[in-house]
Write a protein that binds this ligand. Structure first.
Ligand code: HEC
Length: 153
């Protein structure tokens, strides 16, 4: 009995300690200003993101040496929309988390994303507009609740 109470207290202590300690590198407190999706679409084309990405309503372009094979689709029907934080991270630090649903060799070389680095070529306004545009391309799927028949006696 005493042992189980001790275990419970230890677990609570660990939870409290881990909850309080926010790493200085945490994204907590990060908020992006509202972007303009229309301007984001224009940036998507002018920065040639569409050489490697497929987005509904945007034609793909051929860019020598840049193409991703298969093209990485952004948007579509999902059960959870990518957050601003996730999209910004995907753009400015692509290797942090590689896109899901593709073989590793198709999207990365030696663990590094094949995506072009735009950090010295893009303004913050372009980034916020791009994120607003890309986020508008996701469509949240409604959950279909499973119907369980009622069993009576
Ligand atoms: C040279 C090809 C290339 C170009 C150009 C490129 N990307 Fe990517 N991008 C990739 C690849 C490959 C991935 C998948 C690996 C990864 O997640 O980093 C990716 C992943 C992403 C993701 C994450 C997708 C997901 O489902 O997780 C976003 C968002 C993204 N790119 C946005 C952009 C934007 C915005 C631009 C233009 C400013 C751009 N990319 C230009 C190749 C490219």
């Amino acid at each position: 009995m005493a042992k189980s109470i001790f275990c419970l207290l230890m677990t609570m202590a660990i939870l409290v300690m881990s909850g309080c300690a926010t790493s200085p590198k945490s994204g907590k407190g990060f908020t992006l200003p509202e972007g303009d999706a229309l301007a984001g679409r224009a940036n998507f084309v002018s920065l040639r993101c569409n050489a490697c990405h497929k987005v509904d309503g945007v034609d793909q372009v051929a860019e020598q040496g840049w193409e991703a094979e298969p093209p990485i689709t952004i948007g579509g029907e999902v059960t959870r929309i990518e957050t601003y934080g996730e999209l910004v991270t995907s753009i400015i630090n692509p290797s942090h988390r590689l896109a899901k649903g593709y073989p590793v060799y198709a999207v990365s070389v030696d663990g590094k994303s094949k995506m072009k680095n735009y950090n010295d070529a893009m303004t913050v306004t372009q980034l916020t507009d791009l994120v607003a545009f890309l986020q508008s391309k996701y469509k949240l799927l409604e959950y279909e609740l499973t119907e369980y028949p009622l069993y009576g006696p």
